[in-house]
Design a protein around this ligand. Structure first.
Ligand SMILES: [Zn+2]
Length: 154
């Protein structure tokens, strides 16, 4: 679940009240839509800001305009953002104009990297239908929290 999200417009950290429709969430500082049901296109600075200020899972789609499979993936990624509204924040970053994708050492694009509370928990690559992508995210989040619980017990 997303319990805190950065505003795509001003960057302010907003607490997300449980039980409220995520589609309607607005920034408490500037009033802009928090866009929890849509992918947010970010640059390096915004990418870092969202990773720092999001409490909950963040899925990043690394793409480039010349990449056919990336363009095919775009509507699926957008649909997945709707399916995962309130569960995960979805970001898109252009590998041609930003440095973060290179520092994440992806082998090819489209690449999908899942973070939780700023830490990478899983990655995958290639185009994927929206439903399969949403399921992948949910399963990885469940596994990561199970692993964290085991570490807590040990
Ligand atoms: Zn704002």
């Amino acid at each position: 679940m997303i319990t805190q999200a950065a505003c795509p417009s001003c960057g302010a950290a907003n607490r997300i009240a449980p039980g409220r429709p995520p589609e309607a969430a607005k920034c408490g500082k500037c009033g802009a839509a928090l866009a929890l049901a849509k992918p947010v296109e970010v640059d390096d600075a915004a990418f870092n800001l969202h990773l720092e200020r999001t409490k909950g899972p963040v899925l990043v789609d690394i793409w480039a305009p010349w990449c056919g499979p990336c363009r095919a993936m775009a509507p699926q990624f957008e649909a997945a953002a709707g399916q995962l509204a309130g569960e995960a924040r979805l970001l898109k970053i252009n590998a041609d104009t930003n440095a973060a994708p290179a520092s994440l050492k992806v082998a090819g694009i489209p690449a999908l990297i899942l973070f939780e509370n700023g830490r990478e928990i899983a990655r995958t690559g290639g185009a994927m239908p929206a439903a399969a992508l949403s399921e992948w995210v949910r399963n990885r989040v469940v596994e990561a929290s199970a692993a964290a619980a085991r570490r807590g017990v040990a």
